[in-house]
Design a protein. Structure first.
Length: 300
């Protein structure tokens, strides 16, 4: 009897070992399956974003129907709202942070990756014109899934399209209204939105050097923006009036670069002569010189 037990015990141990090995293999499959699926989803999302930029910004042949097919209804409606001809707020392309670009450069320098710890957010970087000297533009897109694919639902680092608070418009930010009553003694004749578009010529047969500037003055806020070739800023400012001249000073950067922050003198001098609006600013260059008098057009 003892001899038989000595034979059976090794057999039983062998069976148990095989079952444990089989169980370990099953557990291993379960453990590694989730990361593989996440990797597949991330790869698919990155490809979607790359397709969006290559098809719409890496080529001169823009098909609007193809463009809008990448966007959710929410972001399409918001873009249309902000581009209303009677209340133009979005005077730049939010997907490039510019008013003009070189499609060849965007296509060549485009990079897309997932934002760390954010399954639905992806960072896009590219250069708009010059590969060597230009800092890369960064866009953070939020995606949603639909019918087995994706749609762009928000631009997280755009103040108009982040949807962090859908009830507020950009100039209704309480940080601006409640903490910066910047125009307490300003003549209301200065209120309004002023525009300047500089076209500095072509880079090549396909691309031009274009920069758009905007000054928005209301009773409780001043906003100064520049978008285009090597230019990307959106600044909150303060203002004081000296007779018929409005002196506008940098307060803080809301979006884009902050290279206006070190200017201690007025960032903008705005004045009117015979109904025309003139501006001098160290942020606006003409023929390689800053602080040159330029004419801004005021919206009626």
């Amino acid at each position: 009897m003892i001899k038989r037990l000595s034979i059976y015990i090794p057999i039983i141990l062998l069976i148990l070992a095989c079952k444990k090995s089989s169980s370990d293999q099953t557990d291993s499959v379960i453990i590694t399956d989730a990361p593989i699926q996440e990797l597949m989803d991330r790869t698919k999302a990155i490809q979607f974003v790359e397709d969006f930029y290559q098809n719409n910004y890496g080529t001169d042949d823009l098909d609007n129907s193809n463009f809008t097919s990448f966007l959710s209804e929410r972001i399409k409606d918001r873009i249309n709202e902000l581009r209303d001809k009677d209340n133009l707020i979005l005077n730049y392309d939010p997907f490039t942070k510019a008013q003009d670009y070189d499609p060849v450069m965007i296509s060549y320098t485009l990079k897309v990756d997932q934002v760390t710890s954010k399954d639905d957010e992806y960072k896009v970087s590219f250069k708009v014109f010059e590969e060597q000297t230009e800092p890369p533009t960064t866009i953070i897109l939020k995606l949603i899934e639909k019918d087995g694919s994706y749609l762009i639902d928000a631009i997280k680092n755009d103040p108009h399209l982040s949807f962090e608070d859908a009830t507020k418009t950009y100039t209704e930010n309480p940080e601006i209204n409640n903490k910066h009553n910047v125009l307490s003694n300003i003549d209301s004749k200065f209120y309004g939105t002023y525009h300047l578009t500089q076209n500095k010529g072509k880079i090549d047969e396909f691309s031009a050097i274009v920069i758009g500037y905007s000054i928005e003055i209301k009773k409780d806020s001043v906003l100064f923006s520049g978008q285009g070739y090597q230019t990307n800023f959106y600044d909150l400012c303060t203002a004081t009036q000296d007779k018929d001249t409005l002196n506008i000073y940098y307060k803080s950067s809301i979006e884009g670069t902050d290279y206006n922050k070190n200017k201690k003198a007025p960032l903008i001098k705005l004045y009117k002569i015979n109904g025309d609006c003139f501006v001098k600013s160290p942020a606006i260059w003409v023929d390689a010189k800053p602080n040159v008098e330029v004419v801004f057009e005021k919206e009626n």
